[in-house]
Design a protein around this ligand. Structure first.
Ligand code: F6R
Length: 242
C-alpha cells in the first residue's frame, strides 16, 4: 500500500490525474473504474483539461462505474449516469457506448448484476479503479458488514446514506433505497486501485483503512490485502495516522 499525503484537495486531484494520464498514455485502450461523489469532481476537471490541451485522449478508453441507484433512469438528475455525463463524459472525446454503469432501470436486477460482471471480464478487467471512501469506511455502496468477497449485487442503502441524500430529491419525489454496486471482491480484481480522500470528516475512515484491522466493519480496510494500491489524501484526511 502506497500512501501519498498532499497539502490539499487540489493537490490530490492533480496527483491522481497525472497518474491516470500517464497510464492512458502508456495503454490507450485502458479500462478505468470510476466513482461518483464529491471527491473525484476536481480530478475529473483535471482530466477534462488535459483532454482539451491534447495531453491525453479517451477515444479508446472503456469505463465502468462502481454503482447506480436502482429505480432511477440515466436521465434522472440524481442518477449516477447523469452525474458522470455532467462532470466528465460530456466534456471529453470518449465514445459514450464504452462507458458503463450498472442499470438503474431493469426488470431483472439480478441478471443485470451478473451481466455487469460479465461485461467487465469481456473488456479484459479493470486496469485502475478509482475509489472514494465514506466516512464509515464504505467503498462503492458496500456499507460496513458487507462481505469482503462480494460481487456486483443489489444493496440496500443505509439509513444514514438515505438521510444524507434526501436533500437532493423533491418532497414527493421517489427516492431510491436500493442500489446496484460492484462488490468488494469485484473491486479487488482491478489490477490497480487508487483511493482518494480529502477533509477531516474522512480522517477516521482513513485511519481504519490504513492502520485498522482488515474487517467488514471498515470495508476499505480490505485494500491492505491488494498488491497495487495507492491511497492519496490531503493533510486533513491524514491527521489521525500514526
Ligand atoms: C461513489 C461511491 C461512494 C463514494 C463515497 C464518498 O460512486 O461509490 O462510495 O465514493 O460515498 O463520497 P464523497 O466523495 O462524496 O465523500
Amino acid at each position: 500500500m502506497r500512501i501519498v499525503v498532499l497539502k490539499n484537495a487540489q493537490a490530490v486531484a492533480e496527483f491522481a490525474a497525472n497518474h491516470i494520464i500517464a497510464l492512458l498514455n502508456k495503454k490507450s485502450h485502458s479500462v478505468l473504474g470510476l466513482a461518483t461523489g464529491s471527491t473525484p469532481i476536481r480530478l475529473y476537471k483535471q482530466l477534462i483539461q488535459a483532454n482539451e490541451q491534447k495531453k491525453v485522449s479517451y477515444k479508446n478508453v472503456t469505463t465502468f462505474n462502481l454503482d447506480e441507484y436502482l429505480g432511477l433512469s440515466g436521465t434522472h438528475l440524481q442518477s449516477y449516469r447523469h452525474f458522470m455525463n455532467h462532470y466528465f463524459f460530456d466534456h471529453i472525446d470518449i465514445n459514450k457506448e464504452d462507458t458503463f454503469l450498472p442499470k438503474g432501470i431493469t426488470s431483472d436486477p439480478m441478471l443485470a448484476c451478473a451481466e455487469y460482471e460479465k461485461k467487465i471480464k469481456e473488456k479484459g478487467g479493470i486496469d485502475i479503479q478509482l475509489l472514494g471512501v465514506g466516512s464509515n469506511g464504505h467503498i462503492g455502496f458496500n456499507e460496513p458488514s458487507s462481505s469482503l468477497a462480494s460481487r456486483t449485487r443489489i444493496k440496500a442503502l443505509s439509513e444514514d446514506t438515505i438521510a444524507a441524500n434526501k436533500r437532493f430529491f423533491a418532497v414527493d419525489e421517489f427516492q431510491p433505497s436500493l442500489s446496484i454496486t460492484m462488490g468488494i471482491g469485484t473491486i479487488l480484481e482491478s489490477r490497480e486501485i487508487i483511493l482518494l480522500a480529502t477533509g477531516s470528516n474522512k480522517a477516521e475512515a482513513i485511519r481504519n483503512t490504513i492502520e485498522g484491522p482488515v474487517a467488514a466493519s471498515c470495508p476499505a480496510s480490505i485494500l491492505q490485502m491488494h498488491q497495487h494500491v495507492m491511497i492519496v489524501i490531503d493533510e486533513e484526511a491524514a491527521q489521525n495516522l500514526k
